[in-house]
Design a protein around this ligand. Sequence first.
Ligand code: 5GP
Ligand code: ZN
Length: 137
Amino acid sequence: MSECIFCKIAAKEIPATVVFEDEEVLVFMDIGPIMKGHALVIPKKHYDPVTEIPDELLAKLHITAKKIAKAQLNGLGADGVNIMQNNGKASGQEVPHLHVHVIPRFDGDGHHWNWNAKSYNDFDEMSELADRIRHSV
Ligand code: 5GP
Ligand code: ZN
């Protein structure tokens, strides 16, 4: 993936502010933070979307995200943490190299997700969607 920006960061071809790395995983600061201290956890090898990565490596990414969340709580004095991961343009993903956002949150920090919860027409509509997911697992 020679044109992938996160592959280039993983290969140290372009700079990033790294906070943690090992053979498989790299963690660096997001250049456009939702909240100051926002970090990204990526596999060094290119995978995208989440359905393509081996389970063990995905587990490792999320264990690393937990480690970073702890560091934001302890080291930055965060009061909470959002851990997020987008897949596909429809989800808002901009960089098509799997990454886990770890975002420190502070009481009264003023950030609000535009959650905008919907409702089902009726119980049957929800139940029918549940059936379709259940039969595809
Ligand atoms: P997505 O919307 O794909 O889930 O998130 C991509 C994230 O990558 C964004 O939060 C954006 O600020 C960050 N980002 C994009 N390009 C770069 C870059 O070159 N360096 C760093 N450090 N972060 C980047
Ligand atoms: Zn890549």
